[in-house]
Design a protein around this ligand. Sequence first.
Ligand code: PLP
Length: 418
Amino acid sequence: MNLSSPRPIHPSATAPDWERVRADFPLLMREVNGKPLVYFDNANTAQKPLSVIGAVDEFYRRYNANVSRAVHALGTEATDAYEGARTKLARFLNVRSDELVLCSGTTFAINLVAYSWALPRLKAGDVILVSRMEHHANIVPWQLVAQRTGATIRVAEISPDGSLDMDALHAAMTPEVKLLALTHVSNVLGTINPVREICREARKRGIVTVIDGSQAAPHLSVDVTAIGCDFYAITGHKMCGPTGTGALWARRELLQEMPPFIGGGEMIKEVSFDGTVFNDAPHKFEAGTPNIAGFIGLGVAVDYLEELGRNHIEAREQELLAHFTEELQRVEGVRIFGTTPHKAAVVSFLVEGAHSHDLATLLDLQGVAVRSGQHCAHPLLQYYGVAATCRASLAFYNTHEEIESFMAALKKVRALLG
Ligand code: PLP
């Protein structure tokens, strides 16, 4: 296997021409309801550049074969490309590739930690610490573990601006806490949590950390080694890759101690009716045929993001966020959820007197795609005392003109509903 060792992530020098970048995304050229599409639902899933679409297409046209089993040429080509994607992803996150388990996404990755690490270890009296702003994927697996082990869940609260209450978080890290599960970036508020500082505090107290990087990896220069967590989960479709792809990074010692989560082919060295010798990590967690084409596409997505330069992506999205927020604040009756200065380009909002579904539906009629609902974060919406919000989430390929179109559409909708 091709092992890559962690190395610092270097920023790239020249900023891309964003007009040309946009042309890489064919879907963005279409119309919806007779209007040019304004796609502001990137936190839900990102659009795919031609290079990713082409890589998936090429796999099926030219070298479709199963990985790690066939000795013929196609099998070797497929295996090389699939393992190549692991190496690229490892470099992208600044981790070793033999510590990276490829899986279907963050949901699977967190469940893997829950079932393989937490379930055999936790017991009555232990505490799992989560924050108020977690996605259900970082709540429900822990509840399932708690039910089966007798451990309990403790919640670290947030402040009204959507930032973590750091004093409360530190106070909550008592000796009973065995695991802290925290999102790097909130999918509802956009809040960027100071995960490096938090993981340092957790480590001092012997608490194992699971960081949900779903909304961070596509937008920030994530350096997992520098963060110093124990587990880091990502999902490929939010970072311009195909759906059904993702990864769990874990410290090698933890991966070695953990039993497999799912059994089957590919994860073994030897099987007899007397028992099975499992393969080494990460393969012992990768039973069955993976989403080969998807991972090859994800590898190309990683190339694409790195070529743009993650420093430039971050700067571009911050610029779009500033423009969007400034304009949105000017619309009468708008309430924004998540107002910390350190946030990603995710803006949840409500307009006085309007239901978020009505807002989203009327915006859609004008070609604008936003998400409306609870964003898989019921406890967070309960904190704010609202049933649903509208969420606009921007990506580097969005434009200032789209922000103007969105605002014009929103003002029309407001007039209609008001
Ligand atoms: N965590 C966060 C913060 C998310 O935003 C999402 C998806 O919206 C997930 C976890 C789950 O990701 P997936 O459905 O790709 O497994």
